[in-house]
Design a protein around this ligand. Structure first.
Ligand code: NOJ
Ligand code: CA
Length: 713
């Protein structure tokens, strides 16, 4: 009996060894292992320089109709390969991106059912991507995912920068805590969020940034979210194991699949240097190459907008305080009584166009230009906006001609009111209207509960809508900046007309009560890993009551911190969000916003620690100018850096915009100094950063600027 048992154990061990696969990253720092448990459950684990990153974790799915893809698998094939390409993004932080990985594709066959599932792993030097694939097969074509059961077993009680899992909003401040503390802090993390609809006591959103006690920076996210719901992570906080938690649809189902098909990639970035995480291009590399043949119409944009005045409550999106009912057919607003505070009126828009032209901006966004806002507020209705009918005081043609004469582009605004079918019904006419009036970029928005009722902002059906809107826009050569849409997952590689998204807590919250001062030191480690954010920086007046006496909010940042964001928060779409009147008060500091580039050849991450600080230098595309931004957290600090990124042998005039020694985000946010010095790539800087502060530097080659009287640093 004993002998037989020993033999059985031996056979099992040999079988397991046969089905165990190993994969190394190109530089050998990462090791991925795949194996099947005795019952045929697929598992994987990941280590970095010998340290565990993901401990053995299960993979698979519960399907509807009592089917499952969880166990009783055997390995029917395993293939390894290598890939190395360098591609050129249409816009970006760098001129070219290297996509270099080793791959393992394991084909699994479920013994009882014959179902076939491929798990494809790609191991890069800075992390892992893996996805599930369902090839065409006899027994499994149409199926419904009840739950994805991908696990991420963490190597301990890590520190996490997290926001609550939620099917309808991502606009949270981050909480920093141990994994074991998430449960206790969840209620507080949710309090005060205006759109929160659903949560689990230990559920969080991706991209999730983590740090281990032995100094590993780990990030969990996803790439190429297409035809599938967005993934949250639910924590088993006894064992520190995350499990994928997909956003359900109106019926509680997760994903409707039709083979051949694939899931999005699940990503695990890892390094012992935090800078590698924010420099990582894994998310883009796991997306398909650009699908647009002609990209000549896609251009980075620096813009201002008739916007902050509405967000702060000084002016209104709505034209009247009466409530004409669009859906009852009352569209003749010329008969309505104007409220006298409508922001999007022709004369006022022209002032913004003048300001944009004077200061070298590319474009002006105008919100509240089209009828329907009166009806929409506070309501959830199928049909509110038609996207083509302006209010009587907004003269589309006149504005178009005026903007054109000043060399300014107008940016369209489509607040969809989350009535997604209504938007799809009007999309062609809306995009045609844009083209007719010279608009080639649209800011869209999805505020409020999704219609059809019961759908969620991140479920499969609406994830498909966001892509549909993007693809349709591309047909019309329109660039898209979608707010409240699902967090990006690198799709801008495939559709580079996706020049921006919000999908996180943006600057607007500074006028809705304020955000944490270190928020902008976390976003590059989380939200920005999927693609650029329309964060809308550039707030110069932190006391919002100076704009609207009834709004008592305070923006928790210094003025110079706002300058630095144009470099630290990479985006090909950058707004100067404050009112022209506030820029006119600080024109010397405003100069940095005017000068800073929006497209780059090189990016150097100089200092980085989530929640604490980020310092980035970037070389402008084509011009050879360098710009540097540094943001800090809620404590003052001194940043000590070398300028060794600058081109060797050149002398530059560095204009340094810094917090004054007595600056503080709460008590003295507008205290700054500006100094000009001569620097080379041998120069070093020791720079004070106020609480909630930062510094920003522009570097221009000395022979291109006045250097008389300037001292060396
Ligand atoms: C929320 C967006 O984030 C904001 O930018 C926009 O102004 C409002 N929705 C109105 O659409
Ligand atoms: Ca928003």
């Amino acid at each position: 009996m004993k002998r037989m048992l020993a033999l059985l154990l031996l056979v099992t061990a040999v079988l397991n060894a046969v089905s165990a696969q190993e994969l190394h990253s190109p530089n050998n720092n990462l090791l991925l292992q795949f194996s099947l448990r005795d019952d045929g459950t697929p598992t994987y684990d990941l280590s970095y320089k010998g340290k565990p990153v993901v401990k053995p974790s299960k993979m698979g799915f519960a399907l509807k109709d009592n089917k499952q893809l969880l166990d009783s698998f055997s390995v029917s094939d395993a293939k390894t390969s290598s890939f190395d390409e360098t591609w050129t993004p249409v816009w970006g932080e760098v001129k070219t991106i290297r996509n270099h990985y080793n791959e393992l594709a394991v084909t699994l066959t479920q013994k009882r059912t014959g179902y076939i599932m491929v798990i494809r792993f790609r191991l890069f030097d800075d992390g892992l991507g893996f996805r599930y694939e369902f090839p065409t097969q006899k027994n499994l074509t149409y199926f419904v995912v009840k739950d994805e059961r991908t696990e991420f077993a963490m190597p301990g009680d890590l520190i996490a920068w997290w926001i609550p899992g939620d099917y309808d909003t991502q606009e949270y401040d981050y909480t920093k805590s141990r994994l074991s503390e998430i449960r206790g802090l969840m209620a507080k993390a949710i309090t005060g969020n205006i759109s929160q609809t659903s949560f689990s006591t230990t559920g969080v959103q991706t991209s999730l940034m983590l740090k281990s006690d032995d100094g590993l920076y780990i990030n969990l996210h996803e790439a190429a979210l297409i035809n599938y719901p967005a993934m949250h992570l639910n924590l088993d906080d006894k064992n520190m194991v995350f499990q994928s938690w997909l956003t359900p649809d109106a019926r509680g189902d997760k994903a409707y699949m039709q083979a051949p098909c694939t899931t999005p990639w699940r990503t695990v970035m890892v390094s012992d240097d935090a800078r590698d995480i924010i420099a990582s291009k894994i998310t883009y590399n796991l997306n398909e190459p650009c699908k647009l043949k002609d990209v000549s119409w896609i251009k980075p944009i620096k813009y201002i907008g008739v916007w902050w005045e509405m967000i702060t409550g000084r002016s209104t999106w709505a034209y009247t305080d009466e409530y004409p009912a669009v859906q009852l057919g009352i569209t003749d607003y010329t008969k309505a009584k104007p409220n006298g505070r409508h922001g999007a009126n022709t004369a006022h828009v022209k002032e913004y166009i003048d300001f944009a032209a004077k200061h070298g901006f590319d474009a002006v966004l105008v919100e509240g230009w089209n009828i329907g806002w009166e009806d929409w507020f506070g309501n959830s209705k199928d049909y509110v906006f038609d996207f083509v009918t302006p209010y009587p005081d907004f003269n589309v043609k006149e504005i178009q001609e005026y903007a054109k004469s000043k060399g300014i582009k107008m940016i369209m605004h489509h607040e969809t009111s989350s009535s997604v079918r209504n938007y799809e019904r009007h999309m062609d006419t809306a995009y045609q209207f844009m083209k007719k009036f010279g608009y080639d970029a649209v800011k869209s928005g999805y505020v409020g509960p999704i219609l059809p009722r019961g759908e969620n902002h991140y479920s499969q059906w609406i994830v498909n809508h966001y892509l549909y809107a993007l693809q349709k826009a591309a047909e019309y050569h329109i660039m898209v900046n979608a707010h409240e849409a699902v967090r990006p997952t690198g799709l801008a590689r495939t559709y580079p007309n996706l020049i921006g998204n919000e999908s996180a807590r943006g600057t607007e919250y500074q006028a809705f009560g304020g955000s944490k001062p270190n928020h902008v030191t976390v976003l590059p480690f989380t939200r920005l890993l999927g693609g650029p954010m329309d964060y809308t920086p550039g707030i110069f007046e932190m006391d919002i009551s100076k704009i609207n006496p009834e709004n008592k909010s305070h923006a928790n940042c210094t003025l110079v911190n706002q300058l630095a964001l144009y470099v630290t928060m990479y985006s090909p779409l950058q707004m100067a969000a404050d009112l022209p009147e506030n820029y006119n008060r600080f024109l010397d500091a405003f100069q940095f916003i005017k000068d800073v580039a929006v497209d780059w050849d090189e990016s150097k991450y100089i200092e980085a620690e989530p929640g604490e600080y980020i310092t980035v230098a970037r070389k402008a595309k084509g011009t050879g100018k360098w710009f540097l931004g540094s943001v800090g957290g809620d404590q003052p600090r001194t940043s000590r850096i070398a300028f060794d990124f600058l081109d060797a042998g050149k002398t530059y005039v560095a204009t340094i915009y810094a917090d004054a020694p007595n600056a503080d985000y709460k008590t003295n946010p507008q205290a700054y100094t500006i100094r000009k010095v001569l620097v080379t790539n041998k120069s070093k800087l020791s720079q004070f950063v106020a609480a909630g502060g930062g510094y920003a530097i522009s570097f221009v080659e000395a022979d291109k600027q006045q250097t008389k009287g300037l001292k060396k640093l």
